[in-house]
Design a protein around this ligand. Structure first.
Ligand SMILES: Cc1ncc(COP(=O)(O)O)c(C=O)c1O
Length: 422
């Protein structure tokens, strides 16, 4: 126990060492109270894209704070929110025409689910079933947990979670089973939406599947009038190699959720984008058809200004080139583990690299997870395996030498584990 009143997320305080204070952030580093730089190899829970405290984004925050704090977002609007919405529509997959703001990935997904159900309610169709993919993660609120994988994370809350239809994960060679299951669910005529993480299931274990499967799921959804919600909260902003992962499947979803990298990771903000058809189903002189959702901090002007600056960074800097270079670097490093029996399932999607440490019993609660974390912490590396799944998702500015260090530590950890020293 730390003696602090703070209750940290996803933290078993009875087992964790005292928390180190971080006093500063810079580029790919967190600087701790001793002044030591820690390599942020997971981008502080996947939010930091260009690097901590990117100067353009920091300057936009400082400048917006000269004019704004929070502004109510009903009855009034402001330039940062307007500019951001226009910018997002320009770069988002075709057909997405409206932007609804919220504060986190979870709220972006809640908004998406409510938009989908509101759409069918307002057009007078009785569809309320949600299809999801096995091993998905969409957040920690009741709605998003309902759509996510059930397990130790949400066992206590199970009585409150709503039922969903689950598609099997498209394991290599068994993709047709996923498509057939979705076809069967849709045939009931009751499926409002399929919510899916495009190409990479993040918290579910960095499980990667081909864009062709996503494209086929979209075709099935279209055939049955089911909406497709792309949860790009993790995959967006270049993580999976393209600005949005949907691009690699050549599809445009009906609803897209984005957060994390939306502000480059500097401030909390989320956006749920939807088609004109969904917006129009809520447009009426009948006030009962209003989209009844808000949060106090909707479209915080300073966060929106940070996101507008992030769009400028994407336009003005060679972000695509940095992503390609990082992806190539990850590929090169992963090669050394492909035929290594200490690891299984060595995989990559864009800047995301993952490999499973071969253990007798895996899973999120595998004991090896916290021991690996401690091993990396001692070496000033922030790497948080999901059980025995080790992954690296660094900011795009990470130095080659720091990536080398991360992979050397993974190698060392596997050797220590094999010798029973971890
Ligand atoms: C795919 C996906 N959706 C939703 C969320 C929830 O986002 P937040 O933690 O900002 O609520 C996450 C978080 O990791 C995520 O990876």
């Amino acid at each position: 126990m730390t003696g602090s009143p703070v209750w940290h997320p996803f933290t078993q305080h009875a087992l964790e060492p005292a928390m180190k204070h971080i006093v500063r952030t810079e580029g790919a580093y967190l600087i701790d109270e001793d002044g030591s730089p820690i390599v942020d190899a997971i981008s502080s829970w996947w939010v930091i894209t260009h690097g901590h405290r990117h100067p353009t984004i920091m300057e936009a925050i400082r400048s917006a704070a000269e004019s704004y704090d929070q502004v109510i977002f009903a009855e009034y609007t402001h330039a940062p929110a307007e500019e951001l919405a226009t910018g997002l529509i320009e770069i988002a997959p075709a057909g997405l025409k409206h932007v609804f703001y919220s504060d986190s990935g979870s709220t972006a997904v809640e908004v998406a689910l409510k938009m989908a159900l509101g759409y069918f309610h307002n057009i007078g169709a009785s569809r309320s079933r949600i299809s999801v993919m096995e091993h998905s993660y969409h957040g920690d609120t009741i709605g998003t947990m309902s759509a996510g994988e059930r397990g130790v994370f949400n066992a206590a809350y199970e009585p409150l979670l709503f039922a969903v239809d689950r598609l099997p994960f498209p394991e290599p060679g068994r993709e047709q089973e996923t498509l057939d299951a979705f076809e069967r669910f849709c045939a009931s005529g009751r499926v409002a939406a399929l919510i899916i993480e495009p190409l990479v299931l993040g918290a579910g274990g960095m499980k990667i599947y081909p864009g062709l499967v996503l494209a086929e799921l979209k075709r099935i959804a279209e055939r049955h009038g089911t909406l497709l919600i792309a949860d790009e909260v993790m995959t967006g902003w270049g993580r999976a190699g393209t600005l949005f992962a949907c691009e690699q499947a050549g599809i445009a979803p009906d609803i897209l959720c984005t957060s994390k990298g939306l502000t480059g990771g500097a401030l909390p903000l989320a956006a749920t984008l939807c088609t004109a058809e969904i917006f129009d189903a809520h447009l009426s002189r009948d006030r009962r058809r209003t989209f009844f959702h808000s949060s106090s901090y909707t479209a915080n002007p300073i966060a929106c200004a940070a996101a507008v600056a992030n769009l400028a960074v994407w336009k003005e800097e060679p972000v695509g080139g940095r992503i390609e270079a990082l992806a190539a670097n990850q590929r090169r490093h992963l090669k050394r583990f492909v035929a290594d029996p200490r690891f299984r399932n060595v995989r990559q999607a864009g800047t995301i690299a993952a490999l499973d440490l071969s253990v007798p019993a895996g899973g999120y609660l595998a004991d090896v997870g916290p021991r690996l974390r401690a091993f990396f912490r001692e070496r000033k590396l922030l790497i948080r395996p999901l059980g025995n799944v080790i992954y690296l998702m660094p900011p795009y500015c990470i130095a080659d030498a720091d990536l080398d260090r991360a992979y050397d530590a993974i190698d060392e950890a596997a050797s220590a584990f094999a010798r029973g020293r971890l």
